[in-house]
Design a protein around this ligand. Sequence first.
Ligand SMILES: Nc1ncnc2c1ncn2[C@@H]1O[C@H](COP(=O)(O)OP(=O)(O)OP(=O)(O)O)[C@@H](O)[C@H]1O
Length: 283
Amino acid sequence: MSDRFLSISQVQMRFERNGITNPVLKDINLEVNRGEYISLIGHSGCGKSTVLNIIAGLLTASEGVVIVDNKEVNAPGPDRALVFQNHSLLPWLTVYQNVEIAVEKIFKGKKSKKEQREWILYNLDMVNMSHALDRLPSEISGGMKQRVGIARALAMEPKVLLLDEPFGALDALTRAHLQDEVMRIQNELKNTVVMITHDVDEAVLLSDRIVMMTNGPSATIGQILDIELARPRDRLALADDPTYNHYRHEVLSFLHEKQRKVEAIDKHRQTKVKTESKVTANG
Ligand SMILES: Nc1ncnc2c1ncn2[C@@H]1O[C@H](COP(=O)(O)OP(=O)(O)OP(=O)(O)O)[C@@H](O)[C@H]1O
């Protein structure tokens, strides 16, 4: 039985600047079940972060509603934790303290000091950071910082985990390690996740569904692909799996067909403008 947990209904987003309206999103409708892992993929600038920021409550949609666990979203809240590409740790606090600051805020009066400490350690252990509790962000690598950011988000026990290109700034090996860790944690905790990515392999490997967005302006959901690969998933075994490669191909062809269309339209426009300006210059 489906268990709709996050619902995005008829969301439109327009930005106004200097009297000019930029229609970014149109008719975004999406139902996410509890425990589902959703990836949002689409060309740069189509509006993926805008969708995520609306779910986070950092932006208010021009029209439409977002509902999380039967409550309408109209402000940021700890039930929706956001992890960005560029880890946002406080540089003057240690690894432990960076998680502690979130845990104290959320569990004040609900967990004892001892329970809070155990919870912080549990979450840092989950991302394999127990060995670096007393280090400052400047003393650890980019991948480690991202792990701490993920631990901090998980420690908040959010209803929805929002990941904005969480592995985008990492080298390929670190990215693969962290993806595997996130898959392991997801298998264990069954979080509801919405993740933005530009990486087709990452989307197929991690997701239950891939939501593909059309190009903007007025971007919308063009196609949704169900990824029916058994879990736990093994990246090496999947590399030769025909079903995996079929999904990969589906996403790539969606992105490339759209891209080709845009290039063709752009070329047509450029040629038209050039011809028109020639006519004007000559005439
Ligand atoms: N606060 C804002 N004010 C005005 N325009 C904005 C604002 N935020 C985003 N935009 C515009 O909305 C459009 C979509 O931006 P958004 O960052 O959501 O795209 P994206 O798909 O996440 O891009 P990328 O993949 O490059 O990160 C862009 O044209 C951007 O300039």
